[in-house]
Design a protein around this ligand. Structure first.
Ligand SMILES: CC(=O)SCCNC(=O)CCNC(=O)[C@H](O)C(C)(C)COP(=O)(O)OP(=O)(O)OC[C@H]1O[C@@H](n2cnc3c(N)ncnc32)[C@H](O)[C@@H]1OP(=O)(O)O
Length: 217
């Protein structure tokens, strides 16, 4: 999508700054930020910040704009929140397009659903499926035939070898490596720098080389 566009962003921290850089290159403007945290300030100079859904509805009343899109700038392991907020926007008739950095390399056969953020220097290989509201952070690599659920976060520099499956809302920590054909369950966390050699059960935190369960959630 190269058309100039107006965006609103939910989440006023670092990920909003990253999205702003991508959107500016496309001549899109972020016109308002929203965040549930009352103590937080606007992450972007000259962009007003409103708090919570009360703030959103107040802003909407004052700005009855129709041609806006939304992005959810909540990273970490908060994929469920990202998806819920995205669904709320969709129910209000506000689209949540995927946002793809111009340096990302994406195979023709890859399928990337709405609300995904595919950041700088990422590699998405053949026949990959990426569910909605998933983030592939800077320098992440998702190799052939991987299937990622919705609300997943592949943190910076993580490498998923071929045919890896990742459940909904799971976070793959920065710089970790997932060996081929590994299955990672729903709502799991893989610690930064881990090497995952065995399947990871849902709702567990694994870390280390080789990765071992350190907590169950
Ligand atoms: C742009 C961006 O910044 S995107 C954000 C990217 N962020 C990440 O990749 C962070 C991923 N998170 C982690 O790696 C975290 O350390 C987690 C989730 C694995 C664990 O966090 P917590 O539950 O708070 O665990 P905590 O810090 O208490 O550590 C528990 C134990 O695990 C160990 N541990 C924690 N993380 C790791 C890790 N990545 N690798 C190996 N061991 C680890 C700790 O040393 C500690 O061991 P000890 O009990 O022997 O002292």
């Amino acid at each position: 999508m190269n058309q100039p566009n107006k965006y609103i962003i939910w989440g006023s921290a670092g990920h909003a700054k990253v999205l702003n850089d991508i959107l500016q290159v496309r001549k899109s403007n972020i016109i308002a930020l929203f965040d549930n945290d009352d103590s937080i300030k606007s992450a972007l100079e000259d962009v007003p910040l409103y708090h919570g859904w009360v703030g959103f509805h107040k802003w909407r009343k004052e700005h009855p704009i129709t041609d806006i899109s939304a992005a959810i700038a909540i990273g970490g392991n908060s994929g469920r929140a990202r998806l819920e907020i995205g669904k709320n926007f969709l129910a209000l008739g506000i689209s949540t397009p995927k946002i793809i950095h111009h340096t990302a390399t994406i195979a023709q056969s890859a399928c990337i659903e709405q609300g995904c953020h595919i950041l700088a220097q990422t590699m998405i290989s053949s026949d990959v499926i990426i569910g909605e509201f998933t983030i592939i952070n800077n320098c992440g690599s998702v190799d052939h035939e991987c299937t990622l659920g919705k609300g997943v976060h592949v943190a910076p520099g993580a490498v998923l070898c071929g045919c890896v499956m990742v459940g909904d809302y799971t976070m793959i920590g920065a710089g970790s490596v997932i060996l081929p054909r590994i299955k990672i369950g729903e709502g799991a966390i893989v610690g930064a720098g881990s090497v995952v050699t065995k399947d990871v059960p849902s709702h567990t935190v694994v870390a280390g080389n080789p990765a071992k369960i350190i907590t169950r959630k």
